[in-house]
Every structure is written in C-alpha cells, then in structure tokens.
Design a protein around this ligand. Structure first.
Ligand SMILES: [Zn+2]
Length: 233
C-alpha cells in the first residue's frame, strides 16, 4: 500500500476537466465487498471534505472511489481482479464532476462571506440539492431572530456573492513537498483543500443563496450553483 501511495498521482488535483484517461494499476486486491484496484493517474475524487464522490468506470464497468486510511484512492466494485501493472481505461461522469466542482467552489466563497461577517464556519455539505454551509450560532441570535432578519441576511449574502462573481478571479492550487494542497480563489481566500474546483469564477452560474436558518445548533445557509459551460473538450 505504501508503495502504491507514492505511485499514485491524483490527476483531479490539477485538472477538474480530465474525465477520461488511460491509467496503470498500482495496487489491487479483493475484500469483503469484492475486487478493488488503485490506479495512477487517478481521476476519481473520493467522497470527502463535504464533496460527494465521482461516479465512473474502470474498463467500462462501474466503480466507486474510496479513500483508504493511508490516503490511497481505491476503486471498489471492480468487475474482476486486475494485476498490478495492467493498463486500464478510466472514465468519470463529466456532468457530475462539473456540478460537484461548481457547488464546492461556491461553498468556498460562501464560507469566506460568512467569516467576513465574523461568523465561524462549522461544517458544510456540497451534495447536489442539499448544499449548505454551517456556522456557529453563538452571538448571532439577535441578527437572525425573525424570518425578516434572516431574509435580510440571505439577501446580503446574495448581493455579496453576486459582487464576487462579477469581479471574477482565477482558481488555482498548489501542493507542498509534504503533499498538503492549498486552493486559492483570487480575491477571495486561500485554504487547505482536497476537492475539485472550477478554473475561474466565470465558470459559475446560477449561484443562489436559498435560505438562512438556525437549526440544530447551527446557522445553515443553503445554496445552489451550476457550472456555466461544458468546460474544455
Ligand atoms: Zn475546495
């Protein structure tokens, strides 16, 4: 596993739009849930950091990516056991990838906008249809005490989001020698992150702040976002 980890390049770190590639099996085996394989380059983003996993296939058969404790991304549900060194073809659902990247990138911006208000980010989900950022509610009871006040805050978030998107900016990432990845949204934030992102804020469209509510001990800001274009061919 250790060797496989050093051999695996996670291509999704560098290119959100690489949705099909030839790859080599760097580790394989069989567990309780059937055969698995780890490949490099790996284009599959495993579930994590609030982002759902990619859906895709290995040599045409559907697989599900999972990150192991060691950090290796393995593809589970592989149709038949593959040998280390074997060449395979990997594909992921491009529409889903773009949608996840759009929601996740918009989540970074919303987190930044909340923190700019002095709110403390406490959690998030970037799953389609249920995307939201959570913040600590302590100290913000008054500003969110009524439906009218919550709606006013929602409208403020929308206006600020629209401003950020109108200004635009590049999204870039870098990995330090220890393997820690940092993602920068120009003019917005720099944060450690292992997710998938759009290339520029111009790739985002339909970013709507849907609701601000206080529930189960958290301020929850629900939102929606889509990818503006099909992305590069
Ligand atoms: Zn991110």
């Amino acid at each position: 596993m250790e060797t496989a980890l050093t051999q695996q390049t996670n291509a999704y770190f560098d290119d959100t739009y690489l949705t099909e590639t030839a790859a080599t099996v760097v580790a394989s085996g069989a567990g309780e849930e059937g055969a698995w394989a780890a490949v490099s380059p790996n284009i599959f983003h495993p579930k994590g950091g609030g982002q759902p996993s990619d859906e895709g296939s290995l040599d045409g058969a559907p697989v599900t990516p999972v990150r192991t404790e060691s950090g290796l991304v393995v593809l589970t549900g592989v149709a038949s056991e593959t040998e280390v060194g074997a060449g395979v073809v990997c594909r992921i659902d491009p529409e889903l990838r773009r949608r996840h990247a759009a929601l996740h990138t918009a989540g970074h911006i919303l987190g930044h906008l909340g923190e700019s208000r002095g709110w403390q980010h406490s959690g998030h989900s970037h799953f389609p249809g249920q995307a939201r950022l959570d913040f600590e509610p302590a100290g913000h009871e008054d500003e969110l005490a009524s439906p009218e006040l919550r709606e006013a805050v929602r409208a403020e978030f929308q206006a600020q989001m629209d401003e950020v998107l109108a200004r635009g900016g590049a999204v870039s990432s870098s990995v330090d020698p220890q393997g820690h990845r940092t993602v920068t949204i120009e003019g917005v934030s720099t944060e450690p992150c292992g997710g998938t992102h759009v290339r520029t804020l111009a790739d985002l469209t339909g970013v709507r702040i849907l609701e601000v509510k206080v529930k189960r001990g958290a301020i929850k800001v629900r939102y929606e976002a889509e990818h503006a274009t099909k992305g590069p061919a």
